[in-house]
Design a protein around this ligand. Structure first.
Ligand code: BJW
Length: 238
């Protein structure tokens, strides 16, 4: 059957070769920070300054980061695919898919370059470090601005759009994610139950590896361009 709609889920492994840390690898963020301290609302309430600083440092690290060959290959696929829709859902809060040229990226865990007012919900670009002294431009409250990211216990963003795209997909592709965090980790099961082709591209087998029909193990910068080339050639697009 001809593949029309492709649903791609990416995780931190795709940005590792751009110099951004993953979470659960041995040198990942969770080896240096306690998840509950920096990625939950309770941690933020206990130490808001510490959590803002954790994200301020990561925002500063993002300034020099460039998309790698994997981000560029997905952007090429998005631009050249003529048989249907390529939906790109990322768990990453970096902007490397956008810098590579992919349009309409869905950031289910938020975006590092944005801030959200915890009091009124206003979301806007965060050009500078977040501090407890900042005033919300929308409601005027002080100290309520937090990173526009999704912490444990919070509902990921754009879930309706994501499940609609998944329901229309003919192929599900997971790239650079350990499959440890839900609901993203559950997408492959939904895809399997819908009977569509499932593909994993990762450095090593993920926690859900047995649910994938096809696996390509290797660095994203090599495995993703190879897979994109295969897909475009198969569709007669190159
Ligand atoms: C390479 C590579 C290279 C390296 N090339 N590959 C019990 C059961 C089921 C669920 C739960 C449960 N208890 C609690 C839950 C829910 C909870 C959850 O999943 N907990 C688990 C720990 C069990 N989930 C939530 O709370 C979520 N909300 C929720 O469920 O709401 C309810 C709801 C949902 C839907 C509808 C209605 C209601 C929220 C989760 C928020 C996650 N937030 C974080 C932080 C975001 C901000 C930030 O960046 O700081 O998101 S945690 C962190 O993990 C971050 C990531 O996006 C996410 C996933 O990590 P990722 O990307 O997979 O990274 P790694 O490090 O794990 O994996 C990297 C992979 O790359 C590895 O496999 C490497 O091998 C590979 N790799 N180099 C290719 N060069």
């Amino acid at each position: 059957m001809q593949t029309r709609n492709i649903f791609i889920l990416t995780g931190s492994g795709i940005s590792a070769e751009s110099g951004l840390s993953t979470f659960r690898d041995k040198d990942g963020l969770w080896a240096k920070y306690n998840i509950a301290d920096v990625a939950s609302i309770e941690g933020y309430q206990r130490d808001p300054r510490g959590v803002l600083d954790f994200y301020n440092v990561r925002r500063a690290n993002l300034v020099g980061a460039r998309p790698n060959a994997a981000h560029l290959a997905l952007a090429e696929l998005g631009a050249r695919w003529r048989h249907g829709v390529v939906t790109l859902v990322t768990q990453n809060i970096d902007n490397l898919h956008e810098l590579a040229g992919f349009r309409n990226v869905i950031h289910m865990h938020g975006e590092l370059n944005k801030m959200r007012c915890g009091d009124c919900g206003d979301v806007r670009l965060a050009d500078d470090d977040l501090t407890l002294e900042l005033v919300c431009c929308a409601c005027g409250n002080i100290g309520g601005l937090r990173p526009h990211v999704v912490w444990f216990g919070e509902i990921p963003l754009e879930m309706d759009t994501i499940y609609e795209a998944l329901a229309r997909a003919d192929m599900f592709v997971s790239i650079g994610t350990s499959g440890a965090v839900y609901p993203a980790a559950g997408f492959v099961q939904a895809a399997q139950e819908a009977g569509i082709k499932t593909v994993e591209i990762n450095l090593e087998p993920s926690e859900n590896a047995d649910m994938f029909d096809i696996a390509h193990y290797g660095k994203a910068s090599e495995a993703v361009p190879a897979w994109v080339g295969e897909i475009l050639r198969g569709a007669g697009a190159v």
